[in-house]
Design a protein around this ligand. Structure first.
Ligand SMILES: NC(=O)c1ccc[n+]([C@@H]2O[C@H](COP(=O)([O-])OP(=O)(O)OC[C@H]3O[C@@H](n4cnc5c(N)ncnc54)[C@H](OP(=O)(O)O)[C@@H]3O)[C@@H](O)[C@H]2O)c1
Length: 326
C-alpha cells in the first residue's frame, strides 16, 4: 500500500470510527492503536484491502505507544474517558497517556500530532474532567510544542453518547429531567447551554489539519451553528422520539444527590464530577478559531439527530413509518 501513514489512538470510539473512514477515503493508510484488536476489526471494511490495520497498544504503556507511532507520518490522539473507574483515572488517561503519545512522537520524528481535548478545558474548573483536559493539553505542548489541539463541544452523530442517552431516557422514564440554577418556568431557567457539533464536521477539520499549513501549535474550538440550553435539547429529544414526556427542570442539588447513587451503575448515568461540569455552559468562547478556518459550514443538529432518534419512538410509530415506506 502507498499513501501516508497515520496512527489513531482511540480509533474504535465514536469519533474515531468516522475519522478512520474519512482518512481512508482520502488515501491515508490508517493504523488504529487499540487495546482490543478483535473488537476494532469492524473498522477494516472502511478501507481497501490492507489500508486499515489494527495495532495492539495502550496509551498507558510507553513501549506499546512507541511501537504504535513508529514510522507514522502523523498521529492523532482521541482517547478520553467521561468518568473514573479503577485504574482509569483522568490523570492517567488525559494527562499521562497523552504525554506518552506526545513524547513518543517527538522522539521518533512524527511530523504532525493532533490531540483531542474538550471545550471547557480549564485549570480552574470545578470539574476534575475539565482540569485534566487542560493539564493534558499542557503535557502535550510540553513534549511536542507544534501539536494541534481541538476542543469540541458535545459531538453529535448516530452513535453519540449524548442524544442517544436522552432518547433512551425518553423511552424508559415517565418524564425527562434537566438541571437548572434558576426557575425552570422562566426563560432563563433552561439550564446549562451547549453548542453541539456534528461528528462529520469534526473529522473534516481534523483531516484538513493533518495536511494543511498553519495549523501547527494552534488550538481550535469546534462548535455547532446554534446554542441550546438543556431544556431546548430535551424538547428536541421529546419531539423526535414522539414520546410526549413532561420535560421537568430540577435544581442542581437534586442532581448532586442523584449522582451519588448513579455513579455506581456499571456505566454511570451521572457522576458528581459530571454535575460540576454540567453547571458550566459548554459553548465556544470565540477567543479561539473554529470550523470557519477550515471553510466548514457547521451542520445543524435538526438535520441529523432525527435520523437516529427515530429508533426510540413507540413501536406503533415505527410500524407506521414502515407501512408508509411500502
Ligand atoms: N463525544 C463527545 O461529545 C466529545 C466531546 C468533547 C470532547 N471529546 C473528546 O474526544 C475524544 C474522543 O471521544 P469519543 O466520544 O470518540 O470517545 P469514545 O467513544 O469513548 O472512544 C474512546 C476511545 O479510546 C480508546 N481507549 C480507551 N482507553 C484506551 C487506552 N488505554 N489505550 C488506547 N485506547 C484507549 C477506546 O477504545 P477501547 O476502550 O476499546 O480500548 C475508544 O476507542 C476524547 O478525548 C473525548 O474526551 C468528545
Amino acid at each position: 500500500m502507498t499513501g501516508k501513514l497515520v496512527t489513531i489512538f482511540g480509533g474504535s470510539g465514536f469519533i474515531g470510527r468516522y475519522l478512520v473512514r474519512h482518512l481512508a477515503s482520502r488515501g491515508w493508510r490508517v493504523r488504529v492503536a487499540v487495546r482490543d484488536v478483535e473488537r476494532a476489526n469492524f473498522l477494516k471494511p472502511a478501507g481497501n484491502l490492507g489500508q486499515i490495520a489494527m495495532f495492539p497498544a495502550s496509551i498507558t504503556d510507553t513501549a506499546s505507544v512507541a511501537a504504535a507511532v513508529h514510522g507514522a507520518d502523523a498521529v492523532i490522539n482521541l482517547v478520553g474517558i467521561l468518568y473514573e473507574r479503577g485504574k482509569r483515572r483522568f490523570q492517567t488517561m488525559h494527562v499521562d497517556g497523552a504525554a506518552n503519545i506526545a513524547k513518543a512522537c517527538a522522539a521518533t520524528g512524527v511530523k504532525r500530532l493532533i490531540h483531542m481535548s474538550a471545550l471547557g478545558a480549564d485549570p480552574n474548573s470545578p470539574s476534575a474532567y475539565a482540569r485534566s483536559k487542560d493539564a493534558g493539553e499542557m503535557a502535550v505542548r510540553g513534549a511536542y510544542p507544534t501539536a494541534t489541539i481541538f476542543r469540541p463541544s458535545v459531538v453529535f452523530g448516530t452513535e453519540d453518547g449524548f442524544f442517544n442517552l436522552f432518547g433512551w431516557m425518553a423511552q424508559i422514564f415517565p418524564f425527562i429531567p434537566f438541571f437548572t440554577h434558576a426557575n425552570p418556568h422562566l426563560p432563563a431557567g433552561g439550564g446549562p447551554k451547549f453548542q453541539p457539533v456534528y461528528v462529520g464536521d469534526v473529522v473534516e477539520a481534523i483531516a484538513q489539519a493533518l495536511t494543511g499549513e498553519g495549523h501547527a501549535g494552534k488550538i481550535y474550538e469546534l462548535a455547532g451553528p446554534r446554542v441550546y440550553d438543556m431544556r431546548a435539547i430535551m424538547h428536541i429529544v421529546n419531539h423526535e422520539t414522539q414520546r410526549q414526556r413532561a420535560v421537568v427542570g430540577l435544581p442542581f442539588p437534586v442532581a448532586q444527590v442523584a449522582a451519588v447513587f448513579l455513579q455506581f451503575l456499571p456505566k454511570p448515568l451521572l457522576t458528581p464530577d459530571q454535575v460540576r461540569l454540567l453547571k458550566i455552559d459548554n459553548v465556544a468562547t470565540g477567543r479561539r478559531p473554529g470550523l470557519a478556518v477550515f471553510g466548514i459550514t457547521p451542520t445543524t443538529l435538526e438535520v441529523v439527530v432525527p435520523t437516529y432518534l427515530k429508533r426510540f419512538r413507540p413501536l406503533q410509530q415505527t410500524k407506521k413509518l414502515r407501512l408508509q415506506a411500502r
